[in-house]
Design a protein. Structure first.
Ligand code: NI
Length: 273
């Protein structure tokens, strides 16, 4: 059989199908249409921190298109720093972030914030998001509901005293969440998708290598500003991620651009496009 014969028989086959089932083409068009609409809706599924709990779908606000900076269509990452602020390390980190023009999100401990209010104010003034890592870094799933409540309330009061407002985001220590945590943490809970393990390695090169290995668009990168080795890693980390096409955003910017409306009682691990 020659090539032209094959082409002819294929065309013949299609016209025979068309003659026998004229509605088939319409069905195909409808299926493709439905798939495109589902694709446009791109629903984000966010797991809660408790491994036993079921998957929850975070409702999204669809009405606003992000307009901050020119970040639409860009690969985005959010740097987050836990457990501070520390007078030994955080000011140097703030210097680096200022020099590199990178906004970050700080999940501060209430007790550290209370002892270092000027650092909290400086970080906020320089455009960083101040979020809560609770008051005393207790493992909230191991303490009573009333102890959870009082820890959260105490931390809210501390941030309110220093900044005149309570934080919009909370990161429960160890990412541990149960029903009392969901009930008393009055903000969305933001976990992470890239764990640099900086507290363990205490090695800037390792921090950068782990991040490069796991980073993705919409990633939330977990670090700790209380270790000088973590701060040491930041300039190289920023340069490397920028070289790889990433833009840095604070959490409020990230949720806005990704058109997510994070809800209290829900946990979020990333904000992928
Ligand atoms: Ni922590």
């Amino acid at each position: 059989m020659s090539t032209s014969d094959k082409t002819f028989s294929k065309r013949n086959f299609l016209s025979r199908i068309n003659a026998r089932w004229p509605w088939l083409k319409l069905v195909a068009v409808i299926i493709i249409g439905i798939m495109s609409i589902l694709d446009l809706l791109d629903i984000t599924i966010s797991r809660t921190g408790d491994p036993l709990s079921t998957i929850r779908i975070a409702p999204m606000s669809k009405h606003v298109r992000a307009t901050t900076r020119d970040l639409n269509g860009k690969k985005l990452v959010a740097l987050t720093f836990d457990d501070g602020p520390s007078p030994e390390t955080t000011p140097r980190l703030l210097d680096i972030l200022q020099e590199k023009d990178v906004p970050a999100t700080f999940f501060m401990l209430g007790v550290m914030a209370r002892n270092n209010p000027d650092i909290v104010k400086r970080a906020s003034k320089e455009g960083h998001e101040i979020a809560s890592h609770t008051m005393y870094h207790q493992n909230l799933i191991k303490i009573s509901a009333s102890a959870v409540q009082s820890d959260i309330e105490e931390s809210r009061a501390v941030f309110n005293n220093i900044l005149g407002k309570t934080p919009s985001f909370t990161r429960p220590p160890y990412g541990n969440i149960n029903d009392s945590v969901r009930k008393f943490v009055k903000t969305p809970m933001i976990l992470w998708s890239v764990d640099t393990l900086d507290w363990k390695s205490r090695d800037p090169n390792s921090i950068i290598a782990v991040t490069l290995d796991e980073v993705h668009d919409g990633a939330i990168i977990l670090m700790h500003d209380i270790y000088s080795t973590s701060v040491d890693a930041v300039p190289g980390l920023i340069d490397t991620l920028r070289f790889n096409g990433y833009e840095f955003v604070s959490l409020p910017e990230l949720v806005k651009i990704r058109q997510v409306n994070p809800l209290p009682g829900y946990a979020y691990y990333n904000f992928k496009p």
